[in-house]
Write a protein that binds this ligand. Structure first.
Ligand code: PLP
Length: 369
């Protein structure tokens, strides 16, 4: 039985009629950039963040880049980011001309370790980017307190966490501003690239909107040094079709996570993702186990037609592009361990019970067979 890591085709099949007609309408109207579809999606998307402003843009990297620029973060400034995340989080700090300062992560949640963040704050620190990695919210209470105490911006990287909640409140609505990606494999993905900024600061939203549209708010009036970073109408329509299904998909993913947990909890050789308490709603972008036998297990699972991923095999401080920073594995003991132990099991809403059981049985056989 084949079990892919993610099956975008299964999702498409389940909403084919809605998607096909939305795409056909876009083609009929031949209006591809801007227009009411984008404004509609920006309005719709607020339902899964908060009452502020959503500004759609070309992708989830641009959204953070533009945010940093809008917050005037640049040369001489430091931004604290987790050592274990997708590279966009630190890349955008480099693009801004500022310096990314890595903090280690917490072994249980894989999110930024607030105690290490405290040690990394200097007079030059301007912001902290908290990533809700795999869909698990970062420690928002502690991060917020820290940012308030030191007068720092809190930016939430929600690329993996559409619909996650912390203390019953949707992530993305805690910080100064937040960033979302609609890359196809994310919890809410379009059929190309897409992204958005969310903020309750109206003035900030306006600057981001301007930056992404050549510095103009009205045509041919270029007030800022901007760029081209827009969500196109086709992607906006696809996202508006998918959005009403999101809660159902997240519910299914939570059921799958519970099923994995039940089936795998007796295997001592693996550490399961933290079972979430009452104050957290996980959106399970990824279901990530940890094991010292990672590489052997992954290879065995491939042979059983179970396809897993590794998020991520090399922590950011150890990437060659940061060689000048001279950072050592002993500086980030948890990130250094996670890169060798994490394994992302298949996780998507349309997974069938037989598929889940095949994954569970295969893991069982590897360790106990
Ligand atoms: C996917 C992702 C991004 C960037 O999104 P793109 O739309 O691919 O640019 C940023 N941060 C994290 C944590 C991500 O997973």
């Amino acid at each position: 039985m084949n079990v892919p890591m993610i099956d975008l085709h299964a999702q498409y099949e389940s909403i084919k009629h809605e998607i096909d007609s939305a795409i056909a309408q876009t083609l009929e109207q031949t209006s591809f950039i801007g227009g009411p579809e984008v404004a509609q999606f920006e309005k719709d998307f607020k339902a899964i963040v908060g009452p502020g402003r959503v500004v759609a843009c070309a992708n989830g990297t641009d959204s953070m880049e533009m945010l940093l620029k809008a917050l005037n973060i640049g040369p001489g400034d430091e931004v604290i980011v987790p050592a274990h995340t997708w590279i966009s989080t630190s890349e955008v700090v480099m693009t801004a001309g500022a310096t990314p300062v890595f903090a280690d992560v917490d072994f249980d949640t894989c999110c930024i370790d607030v105690d290490d963040v405290k040690r990394k704050i200097t007079a030059n620190t301007k912001a902290i980017i908290g990533v809700h990695l795999y869909g698990h919210p970062a420690d928002l209470t502690a991060l917020k307190q820290l940012c308030e105490a030191h007068n720092l911006y809190l930016i939430e990287d929600c690329a993996q966490a559409h619909g996650s909640r912390y203390n019953a409140q949707l992530v993305g609505s805690f910080g100064t501003a937040s960033s979302f990606s609609f890359y196809p494999g994310k919890n809410l993905g379009c059929y190309g690239d897409g992204g958005a900024v969310y903020t309750e600061d109206e003035a900030l939203a306006k600057i981001v909107k301007q930056l992404g549209n050549h510095g103009q708010l009205t045509k041919h009036d270029h007030r800022l040094h901007g760029r081209n970073s827009r969500l196109d109408s086709l992607q906006a329509r696809v996202l508006s079709v998918k959005l009403p299904h999101l809660q159902h998909w997240l519910k299914l993913k939570n059921e799958h996570a519970a099923h994995y947990h039940e089936g795998l909890k007796d295997i001592e050789e693996i550490t399961l993702p933290k079972l979430v308490g009452d104050n957290i709603y996980h959106s399970w972008h990824l279901y990530v186990i940890k094991t010292k036998a990672r590489d052997g297990l992954k290879k065995y699972l491939e042979e059983q037609d179970v396809h897993c991923g590794i998020h991520y095999p090399k922590a950011l401080p150890f990437q060659s592009c940061y060689a000048d920073f001279n950072l050592k594995p002993t500086d980030f003991p948890v990130a250094a361990r996670l890169q060798d132990e994490v394994l992302s099991l298949p996780m998507y809403a349309e997974l069938r019970k037989e598929q889940l059981d095949h994954v569970i049985n295969s893991i069982y056989n590897y360790f106990k067979g």
